[in-house]
Design a protein around this ligand. Structure first.
Ligand code: UD1
Length: 440
């Protein structure tokens, strides 16, 4: 079923326990990194989501062998053997379906000094340039694609040899930091990345590469130092970190339904930007070693607040839409300042159709608290926008339809089953596709 919707009847407080899956953004970087190794590897705690299926297909298209095993607990383990890779070209149509395919630029450059890639796709929230990636590769001795002139949508690079370099990122970029780490792991000499991104999945990609034999120091700080190695032996098992954004989405779903949910298999410190805002608003958050419990005292008000997105450890842009839903159901006026992406409010007209009172001034959204959302038929304009609409529908009076639900399935493993286990009334419904599919 290509076009389907989520049918959600709201108003039921979510209650109970759920487990968070492996991180989407970490596993996509790690899958690319696994294409560089000289042996085999096994990845555990892989989320069963469509972006992973696409990335696996792309890796197979260049010659890697990947076996998928479903564990008795329902999670996915991947057995990866990249030794049969026989091309440096990843130019098939799947490449432009996801953003993270661009990590194959760094991985293939590192592996064999050559990479040819179709322009990546992904969520549309403004221009998503890759100039920083290409400038860095050029500093490392790569020739070919110029970010001002990418021929026919194919980026081709070659380096003979690929050399370490001192790279300053003038914008903190998650993607550029990972791509440089990949290429630098097998470049000649030392690479330093200054003003690197510090997101949890950057640390996870670095830990994975180090366990394969790479020499990366400082991941998680703003200076990363990489000494290139000749071989990455592999032959080990690695477990993906929990998904910070999935966890945050369930925290918000619990909060907006006045529920009481304990979210397991997480790293609570990754949730600090959201937890501290939610506490400030009046929610209770109990913290254990690998879980958080979210609930509130129904007699106490929930206050609005101001939030600004920023690179980690700032407030994650990938939780911005869900947080706007949370702010809608709080008292007074709140402000959201989206400071990472120029056009990440495309979902707001959909939310307004559910009764939200929001005005947008450039990258700032002013949110006036409302008493409740009303049900509506709305469209998931992108992955996290879709997650936000699910949260709003769970809190709304009546039955809502979230169309283009496949966008949500790009990043949320078994969301229908997980929400149902917490008492939500949600099901998959076929729906007339009223919207042209513009997403690659
Ligand atoms: C990654 C995440 C995405 C998340 C984002 C910010 C993946 C696959 N995607 O995206 O879900 O929303 O981090 O946490 O992990 N920039 C440039 N030039 C570049 C690269 C980026 O100007 O070459 C700018 C972008 O326009 C943006 C900012 O840097 O304003 C951050 O982008 P970046 O961190 O690179 O985001 P992605 O890696 O694309």
């Amino acid at each position: 079923m290509d076009s389907y919707s989520y049918k959600i009847t709201g108003g039921k407080p979510l209650k109970g326990h759920i487990n968070i899956s492996g991180s989407k953004n970490a596993v996509l970087g790690i899958l690319a990194a696994s294409m560089m190794i000289d042996g085999t590897c096994t990845l555990e705690n892989v989320p069963d989501i469509s972006d992973v299926h696409v990335m696996v297909k792309i890796c197979e298209s260049i010659g890697a062998k990947i076996e998928t095993e479903l564990t008795p607990e329902g999670s996915v383990t991947l057995h990866i053997d990249p030794r049969g890779i026989d091309t440096y070209e990843a130019t098939g149509p799947s490449v432009s379906k996801i953003r993270a395919s661009y990590y194959l630029l760094g991985a293939l450059l590192g592996r064999g000094g050559k990479a040819s890639l179709r322009m990546p796709g992904g969520c549309d929230f403004g221009q998503r340039p890759i100039d920083l990636h290409l400038k860095a590769f050029r500093q490392m001795g790569a020739k070919g694609a110029d970010f001002r002139n990418i021929n026919g949508g194919i980026i081709s690079l070659h380096a003979d040899p690929l050399r370490g370099a001192s790279i300053f990122l003038d914008i903190v970029s998650v993607g550029a930091t990972i791509n440089i780490m990949l290429a630098a792991s097998k470049a000649q000499g030392k690479t330093t990345i200054v003003n690197a991104a510090k997101e949890p999945h950057i640390v996870d990609v670095a830990n994975f590469l180090n366990s394969m034999g790479a020499k990366i120091k400082g991941a998680g700080t703003d200076t990363i130092k990489i000494t290139g190695v000749d071989k990455l032996p592999g032959n080990f098992t690695y477990s993906i970190i929990p998904d910070q954004i999935e966890a945050g989405t369930y925290m918000i779903a619990a909060a907006v339904t006045n529920g009481d949910v304990t979210i397991h298999n997480i790293i609570p410190t990754h949730m600090d930007p959201l937890s501290s805002k939610m506490r400030e608003m009046g929610y209770s958050i109990d913290e254990g070693d690998d879980y958080l419990r979210v609930y509130r005292d129904p007699e106490e008000p929930v206050w609005g607040t101001n939030v600004k997105t920023a690179p980690y450890p700032g407030f994650p842009t990938d939780l911005q839409p869900q947080t706007v839903v949370l702010l809608c159901l709080s008292e007074g006026q709140s402000k959201m300042d989206e400071d990472v992406w120029e056009n990440r409010y495309q979902y707001i007209p959909e939310l307004q159709r559910m009764g939200a009172n929001i005005s947008i001034f450039d990258h700032i959204a002013l949110i006036n608290g409302i008493d409740h959302f009303s049900s509506a038929q709305v469209k998931a304009t992108d992955l996290r926008a879709g997650a936000a609409l699910v949260c709003a529908a769970l809190a709304a009076d009546g039955t809502s339809y979230i169309d283009e639900a496949r966008r949500i399935d790009r990043g949320y493993e078994k969301i229908v089953d997980k929400l149902r286990s917490l008492g939500a009334d949600i099901e998959i419904a076929g729906s007339l596709n009223l919207y042209e599919d513009k997403e690659a």
